[in-house]
Design a binder for this molecule. Sequence first.
Ligand SMILES: Nc1ncnc2c1ncn2[C@@H]1O[C@H](COP(=O)(O)OP(=O)(O)OP(=O)(O)O)[C@@H](O)[C@H]1O
Ligand SMILES: [Mg+2]
Length: 511
Amino acid sequence: MSVIKQETNLIVQKNRELTAILEVSRVLTTSFALEKNLQSVMSTLGTLLEMQRGCVFLLDPLSGELRIVAAHGLTKKNIEKGKYRIGEGIVGRVLEKKRPMVIQNIDNEPLFLNKTGARPAKAGVSFLCIPLMLKEEVLGVLSVDRIYSEKLGNVDDDLRVLTIVASLIAQFIKLWESYEEIEHEKEDLKRELQGKYRIENMIGMSDKIQGVYEAVHRVAPSKATVLLRGESGTGKELIAKGIHYMSPRSKGAFIKFNCASIPEGLLESELFGHEKGAFTGAIASRKGKFELAEAGTIFLDEIGDLPVSLQPKILRVLQEKEFERVGSENTIKVDVRIITATSRNLEDLAARGKFREDLYYRLNVIPIFLPPLRERGEDIPVLIEFFLDKFNKENNRMVSLDKYALQVLLSYNWPGNVRELENTIERLVIMTGVDKITPSELPVSLSLKPSQILVDSGSLSANVEEIEKANILESLEKTGWNQSKAARLLGITPRQIGYKIRKYKLNSTEL
Ligand SMILES: Nc1ncnc2c1ncn2[C@@H]1O[C@H](COP(=O)(O)OP(=O)(O)OP(=O)(O)O)[C@@H](O)[C@H]1O
Ligand SMILES: [Mg+2]
């Protein structure tokens, strides 16, 4: 080879090495994704330095084993097999001695174990193995196979480049380790915080319900009037009790009163009590709910249903903490905390003159909104588990749900919220004879309507497809594969069902 050609080769070679090093350091600073980044490094070495095979082994300090985390030119099987202990084979020895090793021709080397089985016999390759070190600590090993030719430079050049690459990798691994540690600490802290806001008997850890717990913890110690708002079955009563039992009045009574449960005529005496002879049938004096709640909490449920005639009296208790029993002129002073709840739109009621505005403002000092179950889907699995456990214990059963039944429950929109879920699970535990519930045991009302399926594009969409497929299959089977009948059953057109059958490849002859 002429001198000029040699020099040109050398320049090309150096240029390539520099590019490789630059590329490796670029890849390693893009993110903290360990395996992905190391994989890119190996591919870079593969292409830019023309290396046949390469591996990054990391030392698992617990097992003392070296494991491949990234590789170039190896199959999955090769990777799985490539495990070394400290001191074992060349890789293990490099780790132990903390010094690189170069084998000019692996065919002549008895120490070479070829554990991965990636290299054919008599391949004529050289093997370079460099420890990944930071200060004195060895984190793993970088290994590379390479066929040499004059054009590609020599082993010493490679060793130099790979030593630089190894130190870049080692620094990255150290950084990654501290990043992982911080992430874990963050997770732990978050979990600790979540645990902090627990409420007796309340299940659910979604962000939305966490917000509720947090609000409850803030208001509980005070005497403030709280208005709980939310759809039916979202847990308003549970929260009202939670506030009471977490408050300084927890030793006092928790008196619940449903404003919608009693005829208007009897409401006043129920709430405020009456004197003997106050009205026909009042044969003895009686304390009302407010008096019973003395030093405790009164929970006025369905406050939106409170008749307008009684609203001023409630307003007075709220403001002055005083009232009179029916048929008495004696003013009674009480020390009660008032918690109210409603699933109705109080603003709307106020606008229509059904709810006094002054009372509304007085009640609405601290509103707490309970999110509907469909807005906190991540709580559904834990609630299911909780209720299954509860009703299994109560009924001495071992009922569980199969994957598909669970998917149906996860995709349903629960208009009756937690109460509906609770009732559904109770019914399933009591009424089904089987231990493993499949979608066919579920109440028909729970199976998704096609319209619902089509609009659902959220995180559950993959599941929704499965459910949709199962639903279509079920209706086809029910109707003896009569597509028009099946479509009618599902509330979709024959054309739509035809499309879906093709989409999901549901063909009776293939099943
Ligand atoms: N987060 C929850 N964890 C466990 N059980 C819950 C939860 N939320 C509600 N429940 C249960 O669901 C049922 C309904 O709850 P609750 O009576 O508190 O709802 P509500 O909002 O007062 O409903 P309504 O407006 O219909 O009176 C109860 O049996 C309650 O124990
Ligand atoms: Mg209630």
